[in-house]
Design a protein around this ligand. Structure first.
Ligand code: DC
Length: 222
């Protein structure tokens, strides 16, 4: 039986934190698809390719060999033989990923890899098009969101805790711009699948969101 969970939603909604927790509790493999697009962004940025240059992107996408591996249960992203996991979680990598992910040839390649993972393993996969395109038959689909203010506030706190200098207003602007780009692109824009359950975490803590999703998953398995 298909045991997969698809979690989609905008930047900073807490998808990866929640998905990791759900994966651990329900013994599923966590697949962070944003990390794959981030690695793709690094690949093009190292080649000096402008992320809006569709022809150059199409011409060079074949040279990016991206795969994932697990170390102590944590996803590692391998780009042409190099483990780039440590380079992925910056705002710059996120913005670059958002830009390169709007191109059809990039999406085709990533979707193929993600679908293969979803067939071979029972996964919790998070991203933007998981319920709509990658795993349309997932047992449970969640659209996880929160207000821009709440998402920006969480990101701000995370960066401050890491000791990184940041500005709340800048983060808010950045998140709103990325939402806009991800929701309005032509191919596979971020949207809630018709059969996805909307979870707005603006007034919920992590525990409450995890419990809600696990409850829905157990119901779906009956
Ligand atoms: O979830 P994230 O912030 O790591 O994702 C980075 C960018 O990658 C996001 O702004 C859009 C793109 N992305 C996508 O287009 N499709 C996905 N399934 C996951 C991410």
């Amino acid at each position: 039986m298909n045991k997969n969970i698809a979690i989609d939603g905008p930047a900073g909604a807490g998808k990866s934190t929640i998905a990791k927790r759900v994966a651990k509790e329900k013994q599923l493999i966590y697949v962070d698809t944003g990390a794959m697009y981030r690695a793709m962004g690094i690949y093009f940025s190292r080649l000096g390719i402008d992320p809006s240059d569709a022809a150059a992107i199409a011409e060079n996408v074949g040279g990016a060999d991206i795969s994932i591996d697990y170390e102590d249960g944590a996803q590692q992203v391998i780009l042409n033989g190099e483990n780039v996991t440590g380079l992925l979680r910056t705002e710059e990598a996120g913005n670059m990923a958002s830009k390169v992910s709007s191109h059809g040839p990039v999406r085709e390649k990533m979707v193929e890899l993600q679908q293969k993972l979803g067939r071979e393993k029972a996964v919790v996969m998070d991203g933007r098009d998981i319920g709509t395109v990658v795993l349309p038959d997932a047992l449970l689909k969640i659209y996880l969101t929160a207000s821009v203010e709440v998402r920006a506030g969480r990101r701000y706190k995370e960066l401050v805790e890491k000791g990184e200098a940041c500005d709340l207003e800048e983060i808010k602007k950045d998140i709103a711009a990325r939402d806009h780009a991800d929701m309005t692109r032509e191919i596979s824009p971020l949207r809630q699948a018709e059969d996805a359950v909307l979870v707005d975490s603006s007034d919920m803590n992590i525990e409450e969101v995890v419990e809600t999703i696990i409850g829905l998953y157990e119901e779906a398995q009956l």
